[in-house]
Design a protein around this ligand. Sequence first.
Ligand code: F6R
Length: 260
Amino acid sequence: MEVVVQKTPAEMSAAAAREVANVLNAKPNAVLGMATGSTPLGLYQELVRLHKKGELDFSHVTTFNLDEYVGLPITHPQSYHHFMHEHLFRHINIPPQNIHIPSGTTTNYRAFCEWYEQRIKQCGGIDLQILGIGTDGHVGFNEPGSSLSSRTRLKTLARQTIDDNARFFKNRDEVPIYAITMGVGTVLEAGEIVLLANGKKKAAAIAAAVEGPVTSMITASALQLHPSTRVYVDEEAASQLKMREYFDWVQEKKPGAPPA
Ligand code: F6R
């Protein structure tokens, strides 16, 4: 894992956007894995800005979102369908047929999840997966205890996640209890992974994910098994990292390193 500490969430977002831009410049028909929530908002704003400047073309890009709440119609303001269209898709030139978001209203979840997995494979796999992290260490909605080889499936949200996400709803009772999410195994098959986190609330989860043991109790820790994961954090989210000095040293020495 490469850990890149940025001073502010804005710098974290800009660095992650550069990473997405590099992937799209190298492979204009790349497949991107998308996350929702408050963390990637700055990244999506930056991608929209680069697109409007004529520097990023999404006309051949395909996307797969990590997850969706069960039971929310796609028009619900808190559905991840709505989120993605509002914050990214309606501002860029991605063809609608290239957008994939799990269905939270299908009548057959098992069949849908199998189809979603197959569709990712048909599209050649995910080149770059963007991730946030829950305060309980989840990626996607792979709550503590999720199998580290899990695939796309239905999950029951942890109480902590429901509490955390209540801020987006009028009251806690409105937060869906179930979600459909890519599995940890699905995420680990991405070519590259970018994990973003900002704020003090994420500090413990980031330290556990980066420096703790690989454990299903912190599903983000499974990213330690992935050969190409970069973690972009702001100062607050980095505040509990014991290896901080080494992570900064690596970044400082990067320009002088021989080409890998
Ligand atoms: C969202 C997702 C979740 C969030 C995580 C952090 O698609 O997969 O894992 O990334 O819950 O959410 P925020 O960014 O709102 O703190």
